[in-house]
Design a protein around this ligand. Structure first.
Ligand code: SF4
Length: 284
């Protein structure tokens, strides 16, 4: 038994193996989907046999990184807000032999770090980036995000959001990432497989997860604090690519497509091109 704030005496085997005990219990709100995504990452890491010697975690700023911050038993690098891709670029160029698993949120990646995100895709940086999309700024108290739906009432849009949300996956495909996919926090097995595929793909693997935030998205947008209501909203606003083939364009309006959008492992990226460049010019 342990009390709130104390390290639990019994840890999940994956947590005990890969995460720092002193960082447990994590700080996510009850019912939040972040834990499901971190669980999927740990399972993918375990199934691929990655170790702290060959893998580094990098994170930006937001609810997700508050949970993943300095948590991996190996090396962790914590970037400033929106700078996850910029920091990961430097790290990967210096250590192309290491795997980098990068965590970012929809505000971190789509707003403050939007430009870094686009250029990381264009360069096809060889890292695995997991986007935790809760549709709102969670850590700072429920402000509108570039992923908030039209009409969303938040602390900064009390009369409803008048902007269209950013489709981060479409942007990643267009800008040039090798692998792009989107899942819901409840698509556990496809998410684990997708993370494994992403880690094994050369070039940028960008995996977005739509997850439930009962504390802010639930409270302000849906007027509920029940995680199940938020999960139902996500279910009602998503459609798999297979399901999408059977419905009209009008019915798809305002819905997120779920599945894999692109897989082009043959596409080269900045890391291998830079290695070739160095070989050529160091000889000269
Ligand atoms: S504010 Fe939302 S996203 Fe952040 S930890 Fe709480 S439930 Fe999760």
């Amino acid at each position: 038994m342990s009390t709130v704030g104390e390290t639990p005496s019994v840890l999940h085997p994956l947590v005990a193996k890969y995460l720092r005990k002193e960082r447990m219990p994590h700080m996510a709100c009850p019912g939040c989907g972040i834990g499901q995504v971190v669980h999927a990452v740990l399972l993918a890491v375990d199934e691929l046999g990655l170790t702290p010697k060959d893998t580094v975690w990098v994170q930006g700023v937001g609810c997700n990184s508050r949970i993943t911050y300095s948590t991996w038993v190996g090396d962790n690098v914590d970037a400033h807000h929106g700078r996850m891709f910029a920091v990961a670029t430097g790290l990967k160029m210096a250590r192309p032999d290491m795997n980098f698993i990068c965590f970012t949120g929809d505000g971190d990646c789509g707003a403050i770090g939007g430009n870094h995100f686009i250029h990381a895709c264009r360069r096809n940086l060889d890292v695995t980036a997991i986007l935790f999309n809760n549709g709102i700024y969670g850590m700072t108290g429920g402000q509108v995000a570039p992923t908030s739906p039209v009409g969303a009432v938040t602390t900064t849009t009390p009369y409803g959001n008048i902007e269209d949300p950013f489709d981060m996956c479409q942007m990643a495909v267009t800008a040039g990432a090798s692998y792009v996919a989107r899942w819901r926090s409840t698509d556990f097995k496809p998410l684990v497989n997708s993370i494994k595929k992403g880690i094994q793909t050369k070039g940028l693997a960008f995996i977005e997860v739509l997850l439930q935030c009962p504390t802010n998205f639930g409270r302000y947008v849906l007027k509920t604090s029940n995680p199940q209501d938020v999960l139902k909203w996500i279910k009602d606003h998503t459609v798999t690519q297979k399901e999408a083939e059977k419905v009209s364009r009008e019915e798809l309006a305002g819905k997120y497509l779920i599945g894999e959008f692109v897989y082009r492992p043959e596409r080269s990226g900045i890391v291998e091109r830079y290695q070739e460049f160095l070989k050529l010019h160091q000889k000269e």
